[in-house]
Ligand binder design. Structure first.
Ligand SMILES: [Mg+2]
Length: 351
């Protein structure tokens, strides 16, 4: 499809500016059954208890996945997992999904059935019923658009707003592995290179799996939400640096992260160095990790960390502290130097 030249193409403004502009077009008069509309990981709806959660996210070939390096089953899993991660980010439970498919007419039926096996694997593992969808023709590329509906008890709802000065910032699992997996996958598409030389086949496979088949942290989120001690939460989909910014903005606070405390696996560090990137860059700006980032009062943190680890085996790391908004958003490098998070001054730091 070719559009006439436009005076203001959407490519010229960022995703969040675009969302804000479209938001202004919409009717924003308050409704008692819309607790939270645009602006959190999911919408929060209803007047009773539990509340409803609703979210939608697309997987576009060439943008969110690379068809040569992802199996159809992994694609189906991933399309579900990125949405389930948003339900987890609210402290909720996923219940239902609808799937809209946009497909070139020449798409192989057996390939599509394999995609749906991946969808069903994720649905089965996390207790989701696939209850509808739509199929439309689209030339050239495959798009999977998944809507997930879930529920959360009112007392367990965790928004991006709610972080308090003095709270600690915690992250589940590890950061940067998804981005490292994408580096490996891209290099593989271009032919063998430095990562191929530096990492074994099974190491490369481990990292690529982190990218193509993320694990939504629903069991971990359930424990965090039930604890009653977390104050704000979201999932790390774009990279900790920008995602923690959403908590700061909506909670009216600042943050100081500690670069030495970020959970970056040795394999991710090796991949970063081999690929000529900084491990910090992958952890802070890489995205695609789908870990949970949440805030909790310092006195409650040790018990919550132990509860999540004991029940799920997933490690939880303290990566920073909430500070007054006037202190801004920064990260302490390992030389003790604070660097502004949004200035990307850490990007070339070889930590
Ligand atoms: Mg999210």
């Amino acid at each position: 499809m070719t559009h006439p030249p436009t005076p203001h193409p959407i490519a010229n403004i960022g995703e969040f500016d675009l969302i804000a502009r479209l938001h202004r077009v919409l009717d924003s008069s308050p409704r008692c059954d819309v607790l939270h509309g645009i602006g959190d990981d999911t919408a929060v709806l209803g007047t009773g208890d539990p509340l409803w959660l609703a979210t939608v996210d697309s997987q576009v070939d060439g943008v969110h996945f690379l068809s040569p390096i992802i199996t159809p089953e992994q694609l189906g899993w991933r399309a579900m997992a990125v949405n389930l991660s948003d339900i987890a980010a609210m402290g909720g439970q996923a219940l239902y999904a609808l799937i809209a498919l946009l497909l070139p007419p020449e798409t192989d039926v057996a390939w599509l059935e394999r995609v749906y096996r991946g969808v069903q694997q994720a649905a089965t593992q996390y207790g989701v019923a696939i209850v509808g969808g739509n199929i439309s023709r689209l030339p050239e590329r495959v798009v999977l658009d998944v809507t997930v509906i879930g529920q959360v008890r009112r007392t367990q709802l965790l928004l991006r707003a709610g972080a308090q000065i003095g709270d600690l910032v915690l992250v589940t699992g590890e950061l940067g592995a998804g981005a490292a997996g994408l580096l490996v996958a891209r290099e593989h598409l271009d032919g063998a290179g430095a990562l191929h030389t530096a990492l074994s086949a099974s190491e490369r496979e481990t990292l690529v799996l982190r990218y193509v088949r993320p694990t939504p942290r629903l069991p971990e989120a359930a424990i965090i939400a039930a604890s009653g001690s977390a104050t704000a939460m979201l999932d790390v989909s774009d990279g900790l640096s920008s995602d923690i910014g959403h908590i700061c903005q909506q909670s009216g606070v600042g943050v100081q992260l500690d670069s030495t405390a970020l959970p970056i696996a040795p394999l991710t560090r090796r991949a970063a160095h081999a690929g000529g990137r900084s491990p910090l860059e992958l952890a802070l700006a890489g995205g695609d990790d789908y870990e949970l980032c949440f805030t909790v009062a310092a006195h409650a943190a040790p018990a919550l960390i132990a509860a999540v680890q004991d029940a799920t085996g997933t490690p939880v790391s303290i990566v920073g502290e909430i500070v007054p908004a006037a202190h801004g958003r920064s990260i302490l490098l390992d030389n003790g130097q604070p660097v502004a998070l949004d200035a990307r001054g850490w990007q070339h730091f070889q930590g």
